[in-house]
Ligand binder design. Structure first.
Ligand SMILES: Cc1ncc(COP(=O)(O)O)c(C=O)c1O
Ligand SMILES: N[C@@H](CCCC[NH3+])C(=O)O
Length: 419
């Protein structure tokens, strides 16, 4: 069920009209639905019910808002973090340290120590160099780091090239054909408890096949490691499940994903964990924007200039991504327009020649499927402020991230006294 729907001609988030949020909080603003987050969290968990005690770590990078994390921690979710900053957020949202896994190719020594001190559940090591460094830090501090080795299975995830992570030329993980040797070398180090394998081949996957291929390779590796006498008790299968961005898109369902995983892993005899991001948060949020003006300077489609820009929602500019755009109070007509932001870059374009609800100056509109990789990728480019975020729960809402005005951002800058 979609919690962003028209009621009496006005788009609502759950029971709250978006016109009210626009008036009271201003635009642009991200609006999240608690009910959708909870539903997605439960659907994903249910999809894995064929597995024994699966561990689910929400990919914090997809939506690190504290209130969003709190909703998920109350659903029993842990966190997949990729920086010290995300670790602090996961802990602040009451995610248990044992339920936190730390991924990423560039964890610094300070971050490794921070995570050791927090006693997190697992480090997903991305190289032998990182493993050696973590071992040293652990020994110096009298700790043992629970670790998985992230492998790069050289599988084409068939997604956008910038969010593919499992091809040999991508920077992530260690080549799977060298993994057994690296695993054995790291397992011999004091300070590390090598206990498993991690894999994540990319994001917004629209087919299960590449995942199945990658997981099959991980299964072979686990068997090989065990045959060599290594202990393998855990496997982290990452995230990556895609979501529909365009109405009518058909993607594999969490249930189909769960069934595939259950089938591929049935003989593994390991504790499985997962790192979903987009599939939980993507369709739980919209970006609410207001039309500044409509430029009709030629016979071509008009430019509808909205107050949201590529600094607020970077996906269309970065990946050419499509987001459905709907009027908040549709007037019943449709037309073809270009939807653009105010930033001085041609790339600040959300849609070209899009047939959609007709929008006029002052109208409100939403960019759908903006709950993941939306606010978190915002910047202050063109000295625009940071966008606000709101969480709706039934007929109430709360501002869960204040708008950060340009003056506050400038306030963090200093002109040296020698200038
Ligand atoms: C290591 C890791 N885990 C999980 C995720 C979450 O991916 P998604 O949002 O596609 O589920 C990502 C991002 O692609 C990632 O890099
Ligand atoms: N930022 C990307 C997803 C990156 C996933 C990172 N592991 C997007 O908006 O689609």
């Amino acid at each position: 069920m979609d919690h962003f729907q028209l009621r009496h001609g006005v788009m609502h988030a759950e029971d709250v009209p978006l016109t009210r949020i626009a008036e009271e909080v201003g635009t642009p603003v991200y609006v999240y639905s608690r009910a959708t987050l909870v539903r997605h969290a439960r659907v994903f968990r249910e999809a894995l019910s064929g597995l024994k005690n699966p561990h689910i770590a929400f990919a914090v990078k997809s939506n690190p808002n504290l209130a969003v994390l709190k909703v998920l921690s109350r659903e029993g979710y842990g966190a997949d973090v990729v920086s010290g900053g995300e670790l602090v957020r996961a802990l602040a949202a009451d995610m248990a340290p044992k339920d936190i896994v730390f991924s990423g190719v560039g964890k610094t020594a300070a971050e490794l120590l921070q995570a050791l001190d927090a006693d997190i559940g697992q480090f997903n090591l991305e190289s032998k160099e990182e493993g050696r460094e973590l071992a040293e830090i652990a020994v110096q501090n009298g700790k043992i780091a629970r670790c998985a080795l992230r492998v790069n299975p050289d599988v084409d995830a068939r997604t956008h090239e910038k969010i593919s992570t499992g091809k040999a030329e991508n920077k992530f993980g260690v080549p799977i054909d060298r993994a057994a040797g690296i695993y054995a070398a790291l397992a011999a180090l004091p300070g590390l408890d090598m206990r498993g394998i991690a894999v994540h081949i990319g994001s917004q996957l629209s087919s299960l096949e590449p995942l199945e291929t990658a997981f099959g390779k991980v299964g072979d590796l686990i068997a090989e490691l065990r045959a060599q006498g290594q202990k393998v008790t855990h496997a982290d299968l990452g995230g990556g499940l895609g979501v529909p961005y365009k109405s009518g898109d058909v993607l594999p369902s969490p249930a189909e994903y769960g069934a595939m995983v259950a089938q591929v892993t049935k003989d593994w005899d390991v504790a499985l964990s997962f790192e979903p991001g987009r599939v939980i948060a993507g369709n739980a949020g919209v970006l609410l924007t207001r039309v500044i003006r409509v430029k009709r300077s030629s016979n071509a489609s008009p430019f509808v200039v909205v107050d949201a820009a590529m600094n607020d929602l970077a996906r269309p500019a970065m990946y050419g991504a499509w987001h459905d755009i709907d009027a908040v109070e549709p007037n019943g007509t449709r037309s073809v327009s270009h939807i653009v932001g105010p930033i001085c870059e041609t790339g600040d374009t959300f849609a070209m020649n899009r047939e959609m609800d007709t929008l006029e100056a002052g109208d409100l509109a939403i960019f759908r499927t903006a709950g993941a990789y939306g606010a978190t990728m915002a910047s202050s480019y063109n000295s625009r402020g940071f966008v606000a975020e709101v969480l709706v729960d039934g007929d109430k809402y709360a501002v869960v991230a204040d708008r950060l005005p340009p003056a506050d951002i400038m306030g963090a800058e200093r002109v040296p006294d020698w200038l």
